[in-house]
Ligand binder design. Structure first.
Ligand code: ZN
Ligand code: ZN
Length: 317
């Protein structure tokens, strides 16, 4: 069945691509035995089909980049290496960051920056850092009363939205935030309106305090809100554990997820920490479909514990 789907995908059958993606999200290892065929048939996209790639497949991709005969495929090949995150991929990407492969002049970013698409980065100490956790839980929306006298957005005057209120005293939450080294209560407060236009940062502490960061810069394209808007009267609470980190959905109802890997609608957009300039750790996503009957897009939550910053950004199709 998978072989048939791959052949249909090679013929650009959208339904087959979707089915393969569903398999990649449900159990990435199921595709591993077929990745050689995928390379043979030039099925290089979406890169998440290669999440569980083994050394043989990774070597073939690296050789194909090194031989330089298909520079027009370089973008897709680097995305594959980013998603598989294999140690061989990492060392090749480090090598290309100083010795760019053929075709690299057509890319928008350096080879090593592709790592962000797979949720990892190389830190200032030259070690690898995974930005995402391996455990994930569904977020279930719970009605929450509007705060009468809470803080408001300095830009649009809307009451700030408590996007999450987490505490690592709960073992499942502790597990989901282990990669971010967070311990204590984590409240992330943002403007649900302005976050749709730019990444909004706040200062956070393990006592659960959250403060709008004075360094947030209002973008010139931010529309003037006629009237302040009430934020969603919903707070995500811990739902069932998910079988793997790939179950978040930025599109579907019930897709909001604590931990695991983000389902980006556009290219990966791990927020850079204003304190240190490094990409922040990923906390989870809240889908617009879970906030509103007509909601779209998704809010992505980020954290950098060493600097005490949280961030929220938003993507839509
Ligand atoms: Zn605002
Ligand atoms: Zn930082």
């Amino acid at each position: 069945m998978i072989e048939e789907l791959i052949r249909r995908t090679a013929a650009e059958d959208d339904d087959a691509i979707e089915e393969l993606c569903e398999i990649a999200d449900a159990d990435p290892r199921r595709l591993a035995p077929y990745q050689g065929l995928m390379l043979d048939l030039d099925v290089l996209w979406p890169a998440k089909l290669y999440r569980a790639a083994g050394a043989d497949v990774v070597r073939r991709v690296i050789e194909r980049i090194d031989d330089g005969r298909t520079p027009d495929r370089l973008n897709h090949l680097l995305l594959i290496l980013a998603h598989c995150a294999h140690p061989l991929a990492e060392s090749a990407m480090r090598r290309w960051s100083t010795q760019p492969p053929v075709g690299a002049d057509e890319l928008h970013v350096g080879a090593l920056s592709y790592a962000l698409e797979g949720g990892w980065t190389i830190g200032p100490d030259d070690s690898r850092r995974d930005l995402c956790g391996d455990t994930a839980h569904r977020w279930v929306m719970r009605e929450t009363p509007r705060r009468a006298d809470g803080p408001t957005c300095p830009w649009c005057a809307s009451p700030l939205w408590v996007a999450v209120d987490l505490d690592t005293a709960e073992p499942a939450i502790e597990a989901a935030l282990t990669h971010a080294a967070w311990s204590g209560r984590l409240v992330i407060e943002t403007c649900h309106f302005c976050a749709c236009y730019t990444t909004l940062y706040s200062r956070v502490t393990p006592s659960g305090s959250a403060t709008w960061w004075a360094g947030n810069t209002r973008p010139s394209y931010l529309p003037d809100a006629a009237e302040p808007e009430d934020p969603p009267a919903l707070l995500p609470v811990l739902g069932p554990a998910l079988p793997n980190p790939y179950q978040a959905s930025a599109w579907n109802r019930g897709g909001s997820t604590l931990g695991g890997r983000p389902d980006w609608i556009q290219d990966a957009e791990h927020a850079d920490c204003p304190g240190c300039g490094q990409p922040m750790d990923y906390v989870g996503l809240i889908g617009g479909a879970d906030l509103d009957d007509f909601g779209e897009g998704a809010y992505y939550l980020h954290l950098h514990q060493p600097c005490g910053f949280a961030a929220v950004n938003y993507q839509q199709s």
